[in-house]
Write a protein that binds this ligand. Structure first.
Ligand SMILES: Cc1cc2nc3c(=O)[nH]c(=O)nc-3n(C[C@H](O)[C@H](O)[C@H](O)COP(=O)(O)O)c2cc1C
Length: 351
């Protein structure tokens, strides 16, 4: 298995573990990060995303009162993701984020929603390689920390174009690239084509992080083998199975996560039982950081993403979606898991 060796010099002491969490709007906030961190081996270090942050709004936002920039005092290892294409707001955003303690800046070139296309950022940047390279260049020139890009495989299925595109980003100063190998129009349908990760890995000097469709530990090993990438980034599955980090850590000889004894949950039944513990812990963290209205909405969204891995997740989802207080939620969780539940290895990744 490859490892983050090539990322180490770029991110200094901040990474010795080969997996990181993916940026996800509505999900990769302080609550999910703290949940997933709970399962990171005690002696492991990786870096963490924020939700996507709009560089047009960031300069005027108060980070302490903006939910997307809530963070724990212990989070000194964030690589926030920005969306943008204009130098002035990007420069101001980068300055503000690095003063805040960001250890890197990630540029979004994968967001396929209509608004991103209209404003010519997100995946729209993939339609014009020179323009995209200018965005990287202007970000790098204005940044004291390394700049990475997260992108899709392109707008059309043309591997040669993808190669030309990423080479331009490399020349423009990107320190690493994360590839989610789906085309723009596929959104999250179909399957991620991991061979495209290997394609760019073998042509570029900078590290490449592979992303897309990881669900279980074996998938991580398979992605390292097929994609030959430096690190693996996991999104949806870490909402349901945050202990993937513990499972992988045990395999690689890392210590247990702090405060957790024994071995990582492994069977369908063990994972079902751990889901309940993780979910209750998540509710607790959300209660600590967010106002109730927002926390309850975010908890419901988290469950819509994570529950497909539970055999009867749709039932839990229906119960939780009707809750209006934390106590009601806790009651429903305890009631549901009073009957032992099983977690499935794989879902069809509809979310
Ligand atoms: C709800 C949701 C929101 C997302 N938002 C972002 C985003 O803001 N920026 C980004 O680069 N990718 C975003 N993604 C894509 C993920 O980062 C990731 O590339 C994708 O989910 C595939 O990885 P996975 O199969 O491990 O989930 C989002 C995905 C989901 C499910």
């Amino acid at each position: 298995m490859m490892g983050p060796l090539n990322l180490r010099p770029i991110l200094k002491n901040h990474v010795n573990f080969p997996v990181c969490l993916a940026p996800m709007v509505g999900l990769s906030h302080v609550g999910l990060r703290m949940l997933v961190r709970r399962y990171l081996p005690a002696n492991a270090k990786t870096f963490w995303p924020t939700e996507m942050l709009n560089s047009r709004r960031l300069p005027n936002e108060d980070f302490k009162t903006t939910p997307e920039t809530y963070r724990s005092d212990t989070e000194l290892d964030l690589v926030p993701q920005i969306l943008g294409n204009e130098e002035e707001p990007i420069a101001q955003s980068v300055q503000k984020l690095t003063d805040w303690g960001a250890i890197g800046i990630d540029i979004n070139m994968g967001c396929p929603v209509k608004k991103a296309l209209k404003h010519n950022y997100g995946v729209a940047l993939m339609g014009d390689a020179d323009y995209a390279a200018r965005v990287v260049d202007m970000t790098v020139r204005n940044s004291k920390v390394p700049v990475s890009v997260k992108l899709r495989a392109g707008i059309e299925d043309k591997p040669e174009e993808l190669l030309k595109f990423v080479k331009k980003l490399e020349s423009a100063g990107a320190s690493w690239i994360t590839l989610h190998p789906r085309l723009a129009h596929e959104k999250r349908r179909g399957t991620a084509d991991w061979k495209k990760i290997a394609l760019i890995r073998n042509e570029l000097k900078i590290p490449i992080i592979g992303n897309g469709d990881i669900q279980v530990l074996q998938d991580i090993e398979d992605m390292f083998n097929i994609a030959e990438c430096d690190m693996v980034m996991v999104g949806r599955a870490l909402t349901a199975r945050p202990w993937l980090l513990w499972q992988l850590g045990s395999k690689l000889g890392f210590e247990n996560p702090e405060g957790l004894a024994g071995s990582a949950p492994n069977t369908h039944e063990e994972e079902g039982a751990e889901f309940a513990k993780a979910f209750l812990y998540f509710v607790e963290i959300m209660e600590e950081y967010f106002v109730p209205d927002l926390a309850l909405r975010k908890i419901k969204f988290y469950l819509r993403t994570s529950s497909p891995w539970l055999e009867f997740g749709h039932i839990l989802n229906a119960k939780i979606s009707g809750c209006t207080t934390y106590d009601q939620m806790r009651g429903e969780i305890e009631h549901f898991f009073a009957i032992p539940q099983r977690m499935m290895a794989k879902t069809d990744l509809r979310i």
